[in-house]
Design a protein. Sequence first.
Length: 298
Amino acid sequence: MRHADNATAIFETHRARLLRIAYRMLGSRSEAEDVVQNAWLRWVASDRSGVSAPYPFLARVVTRLCLDEMKSARARRETYVGAWLPEPLVETQEESLEEDDLTLTLMMALERLSPLERAAFLLHDVFGVPLGEVADTLHREAAAVRQLAVRARRNIQAARPRFPVERVEGERIARAFFAASTSGDTATLRTLLAENAVLRADGGGKVLAFINPITGLERLLRLYDAVRGKWGEGWAEMLEPVWIDGLPGYISRERGGILQTTALAIEDGRITAIYITRNPDKLRHVANALAAKPDPAA
């Protein structure tokens, strides 16, 4: 029992970092937690006498489990209803996780990579794992892994923000966007949205959401004007301004009691992408975090 307790203590010191790897690999907090828990079971049951450095060993286990999980995950996404977005990682819930420079926009770009390209890029470029260790993890030669990372960088280069939005500015734009979009203030929306702005909404077939992306300033202005005209004032309530995967945004309650998160990609002071998650399966952690907070009216 003492050996198992010691193994668990060692594992817990690395759990947050392992969870971060799994989430970035899978795009799902729930699936990442399952993978990390499976890694813990394997760690406790393994012969650890030859493991001098637990973290690299555990990172390899988690990565390989993620690669296996991605096969079935990709099959599930082929039948997914509407747009698929990564499960929102709300900053206030993830304070124990180390920061990285991946935003939700980059997470979307990672979906275009093969599983091996994604693993090579994340482990080497994002998490700083030496190339030799990445090669051992992926059972590939170092030269092949280097090429995987190069292809990954090339494919996602356009998704990297040239000038990341400052925190205060991002929060100001997020609040202004919520106020304008829910009040039908198209004049203000016109100043906030880029000409080629795109909206993607993930309802997963569970709740009403736009099936296809909506692109272009004029289409988005008509959309929000129509929503305001149909539902009237008070169709949405902002519950909390937050940062979601490195992007400013907010949690809101929409008409019918539907919980959603909205994240905004911003370039040069204008919103270039709106990411809306409404699928309740992806919002369990958000809902649980909200429920755990004390009622300010109490």
